[in-house]
Design a binder for this molecule. Structure first.
Ligand SMILES: C[S@@+](CC[C@H](N)C(=O)[O-])C[C@H]1O[C@@H](n2cnc3c(N)ncnc32)[C@H](O)[C@@H]1O
Length: 180
């Protein structure tokens, strides 16, 4: 069975390989890929560094499943864990490591998340505004936009502005898309 994303080449792959190379040149170095996605970076890094041990995290069950398949040929050097990257210290600990030599955080959405209308990330589809990275969680973007009190335009509170993606937007601007 072909795995979606198997042919995906991350845009900044060469830059990532160059930047991480000095940290990964010893046998047995440990890299944490904190946002594994479809393992595009992970596969290239494992190929470039035959002595590399990789611990990959993703919060999206579909990404974890696809990555396990895509990384099967490196199984003796790879551990894939479904977790949010806040849990990275715990995951490292569970794998018997007190530290890692390098960390990669490729923040954002993955191509499959954008390509699947029901995930609710893409503006190009008329679909419920879901936007959950971890679909085992119950809170959707639609629920936030339809039930949370909205700040008035220009009045983003300091606590709100620290949250990723917080915007002072008119509530009505989103109601059309935010219907289930
Ligand atoms: C841009 S993609 C990564 C692509 C990946 N570098 C590759 O080469 O295929 C970002 C990934 O981060 C994951 N993600 C988003 N928030 C996360 C979090 N808090 N913890 C772990 N993974 C997260 C998403 O599910 C998505 O798969």
């Amino acid at each position: 069975m072909s795995t979606p994303g198997a042919g995906h080449r991350p845009v900044l792959l060469e830059r990532v390989l160059t930047l991480l190379a000095p940290a990964l040149d010893r046998n047995g170095t440990v890299l944490v890929d904190a946002t594994l996605g479809r393992a595009g970076h992970a596969r290239a890094l494992l190929d470039a560094h035959p002595g590399l041990v990789l611990i990959g995290l993703d919060t999206d069950a579909a990404a974890v499943e696809a990555s396990r398949r895509l990384l099967a040929r490196y199984a003796d050097r790879v551990t894939v864990v479904r977790a949010v990257f806040d849990q990275v210290a715990e995951v490292l600990n569970d794998q018997g490591h007190s530290a890692a030599d390098a960390f990669l955080f490729d923040l954002g959405v993955s191509s499959p998340q954008l390509d699947e209308p029901e995930r609710g990330f893409a503006y190009s589809y008329d679909a419920p505004l879901d936007m959950r990275m971890d679909q085992s969680q119950s809170l959707t973007a639609a629920e936030v936009l339809n039930t949370y009190p909205a700040p008035r335009l220009g009045e983003v509170r300091p606590a709100d502005s620290r949250r990723r993606g917080a915007r002072a937007v008119p509530r009505t601007a989103h109601l059309d898309r935010a219907t289930d």
